[in-house]
Design a protein around this ligand. Structure first.
Ligand code: NAP
Length: 263
């Protein structure tokens, strides 16, 4: 399928690894001119080189922390200066720290809101005006299955992502006639560094082999396996494409059947 986005300018945030990287790879393979960012400069630059070498298309790397307003503004200025206004925006950020109600200090709440909710709001504010003016744009948010089914021990993530979903859905319908779509993808469990390091920590704490922990995670998924990052990225690329032109305001799980609700 031709995704009809050859030559489009795409910004994918938090994309030196994991789901962000896989999304940038798909967009680059589809012929987009891709900008990626992360906090660790050497890693994001290496990733940009690797993606570009595989796709044959330009990929630019930027250093930015999505929890900082000044970094987001600087990132958008730099991307505009080097590539132009993003026509595709994939919003991603590292998740807030794990914890439950009893062990989460109140000071952590605004930090989680900045990282997970306000980064999406700020990026949308930065990119939407040019998209509306052009009459075409795609915004895709990488969220989590937790907005359908809050996950134990991820209080901050559950809270902030629910807020981002409310923002996404409201903006999507307010601007639906403009040619700009706004959607969210909800990963279940995909084998990224984040999932692997959480499993490694559990393996060390419980004195069990890593394979046991990963197999246990997979056993709770109806497909009996953990997803690959590219299985989430394929949906990101479709929602970012010209082919998804009548889809907006949606939140779609990619989870091997893990979500147990009806809708
Ligand atoms: P990952 O493999 O750890 O990759 C995270 C990427 O984001 C890295 O490139 C990291 O680079 C960058 N990053 C982290 N914090 C950042 C910040 N403040 N500003 C800019 N870049 C930042 O993680 P992942 O598994 O792909 O997860 C991505 C998002 O999806 C997270 O919010 C996670 O909670 C969510 N999610 C993941 C899964 C899953 O199964 N993997 C499931 C549900 C939700 P630097 O560290 O250099 O900045």
């Amino acid at each position: 399928m031709d995704l009809e986005i050859k030559g489009k300018i795409a910004l994918v945030t938090a994309a030196s690894k994991g789901l962000g990287r896989a999304s940038a790879e798909e967009l680059s393979q589809a012929g987009c001119r891709v900008a990626i960012c992360a906090r660790t400069t050497a890693q994001v630059e290496a990733t940009a080189r690797e993606i570009s070498a595989a796709s044959g298309h330009e990929v630019l790397a930027f250093s930015a922390d999505m929890s900082k307003e000044a970094d987001i503004n600087r990132l958008l200025d730099e991307v505009r200066g080097k590539l132009g206004d993003p026509e595709i925006l994939v919003i991603n950020a590292g998740g807030p720290p794990a914890g439950n109600y009893d062990n989460t200090p109140i000071e952590e709440y605004p930090k989680a809101i900045e990282l997970t909710l306000m980064s999406g709001v700020r990026l949308t504010h930065g990119c939407l005006p040019a998209m509306r003016k052009a009459g075409w744009g795609r915004i895709v948010m990488i969220s989590s299955i937790s907005v359908k089914q809050p996950l134990p021990f991820l209080l901050l993530s559950n809270m902030a992502r629910a807020g981002l979903t409310g923002f996404m859905k409201t903006v999507a319908s307010e601007i639906a006639a403009s040619g700009v779509t706004v959607n969210a993808v909800l990963p279940g469990s995909h084998l990224t560094d984040r999932i692997r390091s959480t499993a490694e920590k559990r393996a060390a704490d419980e004195g069990r082999p890593l394979e046991d922990i990963l197999a246990e995670t997979a056993s709770h998924i109806p497909m009996r396996r953990i997803g690959e990052p590219r299985e989430l990225a394929a949906l990101v690329a479709f929602l970012a494409s010209g082919r998804s032109s009548f889809i907006t305001g949606t939140s779609t799980v990619v989870d091997g059947g893990a979500y147990a609700g009806l809708m």
